[in-house]
Design a protein around this ligand. Structure first.
Ligand code: GLC
Length: 484
């Protein structure tokens, strides 16, 4: 048995996406940042992730490790393993062109098979390399079958597999990997733990079987035990409540630092923030051809376009602000067509006030964070949220709904004490959202000193990777020391 601090651990981090090789959302950022920070703490950590089309650009840097045959019912498929090292951490890519040589990562008819394959391939990689981890860290539905396959197929094979423990992190409870019952044929064995509402549910399987489970903020950990936030899995989560933890995501300070960023017009820090942001705003307005009248606040919205992000309560109120020329509005993102159309329409109608970029342009988004006075994230639900943390680092004040990780990261402005790093409202309601925007705009115009103090306080907040990694370290130890 290992005592805390006695030995560094060997962790295999499994993820459906990992920055900078693949990214569709915040999971990719955490999948890069957490292993990097664990490595810096001295742990032996590797990441395993699918070899998508996007990954091919990096092929020249990779070494071939070998292959394995994966059997899923009547299907026999081959997994090829490639590796490279990034930030000191080995990345292992599982290649099968039939499954992963595609533009998008998820959302195909054969996702159930593509990710059943990936979960098996994780174990076949361990078998091939005989590189047995202490912990396999699974993330979201894409790798939630790991605890199940470990139990039914691999633990019985040898004592090395037998001692492996698992942690499942939930970054998104809405996406569960729910498929028709016949999917179970791919598992080569039957079991009830993956059944949910008469379907096979990958995430539920992981929740029932992992040694421990966590979400990415403490507040969200409590919310998901309720019916509204539980997305039908609140019962399963309640049954595992004693093993359910909340660990707030950290932000990679090396990637988001306005005093070093090469992408912005003018670097700045807490001391030089006023002049720095002024220059960034002036230059961005010029570059994007926006209205350059003095003192128009710049508000930004940089997100995946999903229902989660609260665009439904922005849509009924945004145009009133634009009609009255209350602020400049810069949007970066793509996703649900309904939302894309809405922002395109706003840009068409108010070209001097609205700029909409429907890609995920990292360079432009850093410029926009640096130029912004305010940043919106009125989420319906939010496990953690990373972009509000980035906004704060760049001295842009978030306007958020008090939910999930937004509640844990954004202290709302208190007009009596002057303390705060943003603005917040409680209910998912357009009127409440509007009142909060009005409050922010009023402070911007009526009390610029107080507004600038908030910007400084926002920049000062440090959700470091080390802090996050230490909490995972502690949780891994707890799991390893638990004998059942
Ligand atoms: C998902 C969640 C987001 C979280 C991220 C990383 O994208 O929606 O709230 O920050 O995962 O954990």
């Amino acid at each position: 048995m290992k005592e805390k601090g006695e030995k560094n651990m060997h962790i295999l981090f499994t993820s459906g996406e990992a920055y900078p090789f693949s990214k569709s959302g915040g999971l990719a950022d955490v999948a890069a940042a957490l292993p990097k920070a664990l490595h810096q703490l001295g742990h032996d950590v590797a990441i395993i992730t699918p070899y998508y089309q996007d990954v091919k650009n990096h092929h020249a840097q990779m070494n071939y490790l070998g292959h394995a045959e994966i059997v899923m019912g009547d299907h026999h498929k081959v997994a090829n393993y490639y590796t490279l090292t990034h930030n000191g951490v080995p990345y292992v890519f599982v290649e099968n062109d039939e499954f992963y040589d595609r533009k998008r990562y998820y959302g195909y008819d054969d996702d159930a098979m593509r990710f059943t394959f990936f979960n098996f391939a994780i174990f076949e990689y361990i078998k091939l390399t005989e590189n047995y981890p202490d912990i396999i860290h699974a993330n979201d539905w894409q790798t939630a079958l790991v605890p199940f396959f470990l139990d039914v197929k691999y633990r019985p094979l040898n004592p090395e597999f037998k001692r492996i423990k698992t942690l499942l992190s939930i970054h998104n409870l809405e996406k569960q990997g729910s498929y028709p019952l016949e999917t179970e044929k791919l598992f080569n064995t039957k079991n009830f733990t993956y059944i949910h509402l008469d379907r096979v549910n990958f995430l539920k399987c992981g929740i029932m079987r992992a040694n421990a489970i966590n979400t990415v903020s403490d507040n969200y950990r409590h919310e998901i035990l309720t019916r509204f936030y539980g997305f039908t899995l609140d019962g399963a989560l309640k049954s595992r409540q004693a093993d359910l933890y909340g660990i707030l995501n950290g932000l990679d300070q090396d990637l988001y630092d306005p005093s070093k960023s090469k992408n912005i017009y003018q670097t700045y820090n807490e001391q030089t923030l006023l002049i720095g942001k002024k220059i960034n705003k002036r230059e961005l307005i010029k570059e994007l051809n926006l209205d350059s009248r003095p003192n128009l606040p710049l508000v930004s919205f940089i997100h995946r376009f999903a229902r989660q992000k609260g665009i439904d309560i922005l849509m009924p109120i945004l145009e009133d602000y634009l009609k009255e020329k209350k602020f400049l509005f810069v949007v970066i993102g793509y996703g649900d067509a309904l939302y894309e159309q809405f922002f395109s329409e706003m840009q068409r109608k108010y070209p001097d006030l609205v700029y909409y970029d429907n890609t995920f342009n990292n360079e432009l988004s850093q410029k926009v964070y640096a130029a912004s006075d305010l940043f919106m994230l009125p989420s319906l639900f939010e496990p953690c949220g990373l972009n509000q943390m980035i906004a704060m680092k760049y001295g842009a004040l978030p306007i958020v709904r008090e939910t999930g990780g937004l509640k844990d990261t954004v202290t709302a402005y208190n007009k009596f004490t002057g303390v705060g790093v943003g603005f917040a409202f409680k209910n998912y309601d357009a009127t409440e959202f509007k009142e909060t925007i009005d409050q922010a705009l009023e402070l911007y115009h009526q009390d610029p000193d107080a507004f600038n103090d908030l910007k400084r306080q926002a920049m000062h907040v440090n959700h470091s990777l080390t802090k996050m990694a230490k909490q995972y370290d502690e949780l891994y130890h707890k799991i390893l020391n638990n004998q059942d």
